[in-house]
Design a binder for this molecule. Structure first.
Ligand code: SF4
Length: 290
């Protein structure tokens, strides 16, 4: 199969076979995002998906876990999704889980009965771009949802037997608001209890709409030391058993990961060391071009 645009999946899904079911992101409106601005969003033909499943099966592939691409495959309508799930079961009988990215709004477009059907048919982990626990930040970043809507839709998928995983972004609240965002997110996670939290710390690219806000002074980025301190406070305040945290600080080439609560001290120490190191030098910003 010809993969179009950027292949995007959470790092923890590295053992999953990626099956493109759509191209791009049906929303494509978040200010900080550059992932799918250059592709036109559409569902891929079912025949093309089946050809790919057959190709992999004929090569001996029978993965236990599939990750459905692209940016928010959960936006596919339920009939189409059920056909894809059925083909996956037919070609990969060993497959036990089908995971994918979703937005809060995608979930709101499905009924409780549809969510239950998808959960019973193999949809397992949904990765949702929560980003921030602060309503004004979500609104400024042009996210499609507010905090209360996120609570409601996460409750619905969990009631349908699916697992909530979160994407967040330290630095999303801007300079001086890292601690405030960490506190709000910890409240959110202590209530919604995700299984995995992936922190793609803010990396502001010149092609992102947010870059214009940066140039006009409407968005003042936090430096990397503040982003690290935000992540550290989030880990300190989050009290969710067996939560796996993966913090990717691309500009610093730093990665902090582990499971709460057993790895909490190890992760806090890693952040402490990094904060000390970056506080000792001139402020560093994750803004491209450097
Ligand atoms: S929902 Fe995700 S993929 Fe779509 S624009 Fe927002 S961040 Fe990008």
């Amino acid at each position: 199969m010809k993969y179009e645009g950027q292949v995007c999946r959470p790092p923890i899904e590295r053992s999953s076979y990626i099956l493109p079911a759509s191209v791009g992101c049906a929303y494509n409106g978040c200010k900080f995002c550059t992932l799918f601005k250059h592709v036109s969003c559409r569902a891929l033909p079912l025949g093309q998906i089946e050809d790919e499943l057959r190709r992999v099966r004929d090569l001996g592939g029978n993965p236990r876990q599939v990750f459905l691409g692209d940016g928010n495959a959960f936006s596919l309508d339920t009939d189409r999704m059920m056909k894809i799930l059925s083909m996956i079961t037919q070609y990969f009988p060993a497959c036990r889980k089908v995971n994918m990215d979703a937005t809060v709004t995608d979930i709101s477009h499905k009924t409780d009965a549809e969510l239950r059907l998808l959960g019973e048919s193999g949809v397992s982990h949904l990765y949702i771009g929560i980003e921030s626990g602060l309503d004004d930040v979500l609104s400024f970043m042009n996210k499609e949802h507010g905090v209360s809507q996120a609570y409601m839709e996460i409750d619905r998928i969990q009631s349908a037997g699916m697992v909530f995983n979160a994407h967040i972004m330290t630095g999303v609240a801007g300079a001086g608001r890292g601690y405030e965002n960490a506190e709000a997110l910890s409240v959110f996670f202590n209530r919604t209890r995700p299984e995995r939290v992936i922190n793609f710390s803010m990396f502001l690219h010149q092609d992102a709409p947010l870059y214009k806000d940066f140039q006009s002074g409407g968005f003042v980025p936090a430096d990397e030391a503040e982003n690290l301190a935000e992540a550290r406070l989030l880990l300190e305040l989050t009290d969710v058993d067996s939560l796996f945290y993966d913090g990717l600080h691309e500009r610093l080439e730093l990665r902090v990961r582990g499971t709460l609560p057993s790895d909490r001290d190890k992760m806090l120490n890693a952040y402490d060391d990094a904060i000390k190191a970056y506080n000792a030098i001139d402020p560093m910003f994750a803004i491209w071009p450097f």
